[in-house]
Design a protein around this ligand. Sequence first.
Ligand SMILES: *Cc1c(COP(=O)(O)O)cnc(C)c1O
Length: 392
Amino acid sequence: MTKNLDQYFIHTYNRSVVFEKGEDVYLYDNKGKKYLDMGAGIAVSALGYSNEEFKQGIKEQIDKLIHISNLYYTKPILSAAEYLAKASGMDRVFFTNSGTEAIEGALKLARKYAYLKDNSSKGEIIAMEHSFHGRSMGALSVTGTKHYREAFEPLIGGVSFAKYNDLESVEKLITKDTCAIILETVQGEGGIYPASEEFIKGIRKLCDENDIAMILDEIQCGMGRTGTMFAYEHYGILPDIITSAKALGNGVPVGAFAAVEKFAKTMCPGDHGTTYGGNPLAAAAVCKVFEIYKKEGILDHVREMSSYFFEKLKTLLEKYPSVVKEVRGKGLLLGLEVSCPNGEIVQKAMEKGLVLLTAGSNVVRMAPPLVIKKEHLDECCHILDEILSEMS
Ligand SMILES: *Cc1c(COP(=O)(O)O)cnc(C)c1O
């Protein structure tokens, strides 16, 4: 082991722990230290680390066929597409390798629809302040954090930013050249802000009135994280285009964008493609995820754990009002807004064997494996209690 761990890396992350294995909802580092995992590899490992059916499913697929390109169908990709379409209420799907690529596809689809409607469309997009959609040039262009974007401009043109949960600020930005409004149903990296019902419904109405695409980014908040398969189900609306990734493959890299027929049908052979996207290995993982969610009643479990956890976190809010400002979120995507540096809490937690995430500049984010149990949530709150008492 080299002394300077990041010697061979482009320094885009500050990291120091070397993890070796996972078991159930725990991680072990190279020194054998055990950590309760409240991060799930950033809302990815929904089934935890010991789901034998999942592991068996991908092992069997490795023995059959890992990759074939998208010039051909495979059984897993046919099933994965059907699972995702039916679960999301979308008509057609396209599999990618990551969330970022799903965003790229969604933006292209919205622009293609506008282009066919009127060949003079300028393809303008309205995105949200404090949003996060990824780091590629397209996804970065709709990411609402200036310091992520600034050094990499010029990005794609025609993007403007509205205030999240402020319908009027969105309305003001709509012009005849707008082709899409893109937002997260629950803002994740920005600080765990769920959309208000009025906001989501208002955006649905604006998109209908202007015949433009409503794109919901469900990469972090989808796939059961909020207690429904997709977070927009809480609002009783259907977007035109969705993006998924993170928990979609439970750790096997895969994403997707999906759309209702009106939009989906505008894409033709040659318009978009990917060599790996949704290859048999990734697709087998997606199928297993949907099958296991159903068999194990993951959505009901998330709802039950969420209300239990929320109540416990609220007692911490009452106990440490000088440090904890708010508890918010949906399902098992929860945030503690704190008045001390959030990174310091995450650091202290690591020392005590608890993996937490940050969000924004002042939120401690928790996105544990969805199979987490009450005893684990108790353990998490016990450690948080210790840390908060040291900080207040
Ligand atoms: C993580 C994330 C992305 C980017 O996904 P990658 O798989 O990292 O490319 C996009 N949108 C949201 C809301 C995310 O949380």
